[in-house]
Design a protein around this ligand. Structure first.
Ligand code: HEM
Length: 150
């Protein structure tokens, strides 16, 4: 895949030694993460279940893809590059756990295609954890009264 400077800033980590160790163990780097993000969202956009949910909220995809490379750089390689609020962004989305299962299915498939086995295991484990916590947040936001009472 050709390098796209818009979504491939050089690696500037706030924890360089940690990042270097993770990169060595997992084979992950910015090029692989950018390939993962590009390929994954191409599948998401074409997916009958997930595509419409994203189309409703995202019209300009380049900034979203760049943000997602920053996100994965932070989550997977500890670079500290992402400063956003995923929980706020997902609150109120019309999704159930079935949507998250499909999201994870496409993510696992794409990670296997773009990363080494160790790199794929590393990102998938984190995606599964974040998906579970986003889902809990969405469910809680749907039933504030019940949660306040319990
Ligand atoms: C059912 C599954 C999911 C759906 C339908 C979904 C949908 C979306 C949408 C529509 C946005 C754009 C929100 C906006 O800017 O208005 C978004 C942003 C984002 N999503 Fe998801 N998402 C899902 C799962 C996940 C998971 C599992 C992760 C993490 C592993 C994730 C990470 C993010 C991040 C980091 C952003 C950017 C937030 C920001 O603006 O800083 N999403 N998602």
């Amino acid at each position: 895949m050709p390098r796209n400077p818009a979504i491939l800033p050089s690696i500037r980590s706030t924890r360089p030694a940690l990042t270097a160790g993770i990169m060595e163990e997992t084979g992950l780097d910015e090029v692989r993460l950018a390939a993962l993000v590009q390929r994954f969202y191409a599948k998401v956009r074409a997916d009958p279940m997930l595509g419409p949910v994203f189309a409703e909220r995202i019209s300009d995809w380049e900034p979203h893809l760049a943000r997602m490379v920053d996100f994965w750089s932070s989550v997977a390689m500890m670079t500290g590059r992402y400063h956003g609020s995923p929980v706020v962004r997902h609150a109120g989305l019309p999704v159930t756990w079935q949507h998250f299962e499909r999201w994870l299915e496409l993510f696992r498939e794409t990670a296997a295609e773009t990363c080494t086995p160790a790199g794929a295991a590393h990102v998938v484990e984190r995606a599964e954890r974040i998906a579970r916590s986003l889902h809990i947040t969405i469910k809680n936001a749907e039933h504030p009264a019940r949660n306040a009472a319990s």
